[in-house]
Ligand binder design. Structure first.
Ligand code: FAD
Length: 449
């Protein structure tokens, strides 16, 4: 169904049947952590700083915090309010998952490389827990485990093979959920078995990012919201950044704009592929209903190319559901009904449940499906998280800070010196909806296998 067909269907349904009285088109997380106008937002942009960070998401804020703690003068600029990007819009799943599996990487670039990639992802995963603990950020961090439901019998076999290969190579644990036991994990008949990865976690992303910003401000970082960088010029050992609120010079620049990277950052825009993600939150549900449908209260996703994902909210009795990633729609509203239909299709006990929130945000893919960290002179970047930016963004933010400070952990397997682009690609990903339609076609086909 097209977006306009979805809109017509939504219009036909009674508004009251779909939307709870408290419905808002806004991320659920903003109830506890509304994006902020920065304390310094009204202040004049300074002429110079040691480091200017472009993009106040997770990566940029972690880098800024670490740099300021080491005594550097750090300014963070963001074209929106602080926290208005994906940092406070995501689903809060914390994993070590990439589109490229251990088996795929082993066959394409060798076992040593595959193991290095997944070891670093594991460091990033564990790093979030350590970071949250060290900083004392109250953000509902939980090692809840993740259930992965197989969408077909062949996917079930592939999933188990893949996890077994990962256990053999890296020691990461998992348990198989046979088809007849799926209901011990999720009240759904949609899956042909699955697996649980016990050490993956979840977080309240709004509170996590809010906690990061508070600590960065306390460490002396100056945030400037609604400050849009239009160009970066090299000027000897310094860089001049032109912004919508004046110019600022810096010795080091950090680009952490991810899915919001625009054509003004030419080199970076040519290498990331922005695409939209969509999430809805249900109205308040009885606790017993959540215990019935998601008895282990984990995070849940499936084995499709274009995944659906489910989790309970950590701070109220609602269920969050995401899917239809990459659909061409500037707003989540036209997708609210189809997303609710999909959720009910997976969890029929939720029939009749209404929605309290629907929202969208930008992620960034890359042409090689890998995240990238690197530098061009003194312009550092961490970009292209392919839906896993909480752990990798936190990890890259800290590595970028160490690189500028010349201390600590600075190595990354994701710094390959090769960040691929595509001829004539300028950052306008016209092909994403087509790719997503192909993924949907593929997903419907594999469901029959
Ligand atoms: C719907 C959705 C669900 C997701 N779910 C998960 C999940 O469950 N787990 C997970 O790990 N990841 C998830 N992600 C991905 C994760 O949120 C992102 O990878 C991560 O937040 C992005 O990195 P960031 O936080 O560093 O940047 P962002 O928060 O995206 O911030 C980038 C900022 O750069 C600013 N900017 C851009 N250009 C300029 C400019 N020229 N001048 C000034 N500022 C600029 C933007 O305003 C923006 O605020 C999800 C993303 C979305 C959208």
């Amino acid at each position: 169904m097209t977006v306009s067909a979805h809109s017509r269907r939504a219009a036909k349904l009674s508004q009251d049947a779909v939307f709870a009285p408290d419905f808002r088109e806004e991320p659920y997380w903003w109830t506890a952590a509304m994006p902020e106008a920065a304390q310094d937002g009204a202040a004049v942009l300074p002429d110079a700083a040691d480091v200017v960070v472009v993009g106040a998401g997770i990566t940029g804020t972690v880098a800024a915090l670490e740099l300021a703690r080491s005594g550097l003068d750090v300014v963070v600029v963001d074209s929106q309010r602080i926290g208005e990007g994906a940092a406070r819009r995501n689903a809060g799943f914390i994993g070590r998952t990439l589109k490229r599996s251990v088996a795929w990487l082993t066959s394409h670039s060798g076992q040593k490389h595959a193991i290095e990639v997944y070891r670093e992802l594991d460091r990033a995963l564990k790093g979030v827990e350590r970071f949250v603990g060290r900083e004392g950020i109250d953000c509902h961090h939980r090692t809840c485990g993740r259930f992965i439901g197989a969408n077909s019998q062949s996917h079930f076999r592939g999933l188990v093979d893949d996890l077994e290969e990962t256990r053999r190579s890296l020691g990461f644990d998992y348990s198989v959920i046979e088809p007849e036991n799926v209901r011990s994990e999720i009240a759904s008949d949609r899956y042909h078995g699955g697996a649980v990865i016990p050490d993956l976690g979840s977080i309240h992303p709004g509170l996590y990012h809010k906690g990061l910003v508070e600590r960065a401000v306390h460490a002396g970082v100056r945030f400037h919201d609604r400050t849009y960088v239009t160009a970066i010029e090299e000027n000897g050992a310094r860089h001049n950044l032109h912004t919508s609120r004046g110019a600022i010079a810096a010795r080091h620049v950090v680009i952490t704009t991810n899915g919001y990277t625009g054509a003004e950052l030419k080199w970076h825009a040519r290498r990331v592929i922005p695409f939209s993600g969509f999430i809805v939150a249900t109205e308040l549900l009885p606790e017993e209903l959540i215990d019935k449908v998601l008895p282990q209260r984990r995070t849940y996703l499936d084995t499709k190319m274009n995944i659906d994902f489910i989790r309970p909210a950590p701070d109220s009795s609602r269920i969050l559901f995401g899917g239809m990633t990459g659909t061409k729609s500037a707003s989540a509203l036209p997708l609210a009904v189809p997303l609710r239909d999909r959720l009910v299709d997976i969890l029929p006990d939720l029939e009749g449940v209404r929605l309290s929130r629907a929202w969208t945000g930008f992620c960034a893919g890359t042409f090689d499906f890998m995240p990238h960290i690197g530098r061009n002179g003194n312009v550092h970047f961490g970009l292209g998280y392919n839906f896993a930016g909480i752990p990798i963004g936190t990890h890259f933010g800290s590595i970028i800070a160490n690189r500028i400070l010349g201390q600590g952990d600075t190595a990354s397997v994701f710094d390959t010196g090769r960040f691929p682009t595509f001829p004539f690609y300028r950052g306008r990903p016209w092909f994403v909806p087509l790719a997503m339609r192909y993924f949907d076609w593929h997903d419907r086909r594999i469901a029959k296998e």
